[in-house]
Design a protein around this ligand. Sequence first.
Ligand code: PLP
Length: 405
Amino acid sequence: MKEHSDMAPESLVVHAGVEENEHLAVVPPIYQTSTFAFDSAEQGAALFAGERKGYIYSRMGNPTVEGLEKSIAALEGGYAGLACGSGMAAIHTTFAVLLQAGDHLICSDAVYGPTCTLVETILPRFGIECTVMNTSDLAAVEQTMRPNTKVIYIETPGNPTLVISDLEAVCELAHRLGAKVVVDNTFMTPILQQPFRWGVDVVVHSLTKFLNGHADVVGGIIVVQDEAQYATFRKTLNQLGGVLAPFESFLVHRGIKTLALRMQRHCENAAPVAEFLEQHSAVEWVRFPGLKSHPQYEIARKQMSGPGGIIAFGLKGGIDAGRKMMNAIKFCGLAVSLGGVETLIQHPPSMTHASMGAEARRRANISDGLVRISVGIENVKDIIADLEQALAAAGTRATTVSKPA
Ligand SMILES: *Cc1c(COP(=O)(O)O)cnc(C)c1O
């Protein structure tokens, strides 16, 4: 085994979790098996008693899945990872570990749509009180804290408005008042943001997005910081059952090998796209953590090492302009999801965030003309050319400053 502790992130993505194996295969085999045989009755009993290390049954642990878990835990600077069948499985398993009836949860209002629905409709059925609010407003968070507030759940940058919460400040407040902080780090990946450095207790990801990066797997992961925490999470995940399969784990681990390169390119491509949009006459506003116009630009610079590949912008023409622009897109993919090598564009008020309802969208600042782009790794000229023609087709007078009449 190579020693990982002193490796830079660009090396960790290639080497972490890649275990030596019987035939010294450079890429370890996929353990496509549901169960593992015992040498003897005694050995089986010792495995179940936890007296010996080894594998029993793939819901409880599998070498291929473990390789992926080690890779992401090393990148996050955590103790261990727990791969889950989807990002939502990782999020609900985390809530199941940290919360019980009578507890109170604070959740960012700008979060992945189904996370908001989970927090507002399912957790209350189990006696958990939830407040969905703007976690970038620290004074408001402090006022909302109750003696029974156990968890502050944050997505930063938030979905889809890219509002940024100050992780260090929220953790300081939460820990002073006896709550834990969970961060959804999907938009940044550990290449651009390492929440544990700011005091965060648990990190969750949708592997479906940048970590896998190839838009061909649905998966999630929880990363924890110490052995005791890991034991509790593993036990609960084993009971709830939302684990990731070996083949999916192999694909994500394969995708991670190019994560550092991909994130660099996503950032490099997104910056000129954001600048193009910001000076376009059909665009009312642009939110991108790399633009000085971002309201939390300074916090972004403190806690993120790059702006990422996601841009949100508002069309002057509202819902109608959004629909027209989506129908005029040619090069970019008209699809939800994000973080893949291909550029994808979507209209959250009618798509990902439709289930939230108009009132919740208004509270979370998701305006009718909001469009979200996940900028891919293609040549940025092709991306900008497509946006330019689609904005023109959206019907608003789309003369740009840079383009002569
Ligand atoms: C996609 C996404 C999720 C949910 O992940 P799934 O893998 O689709 O279950 C959670 N958080 C963020 C920020 C996401 O983008």
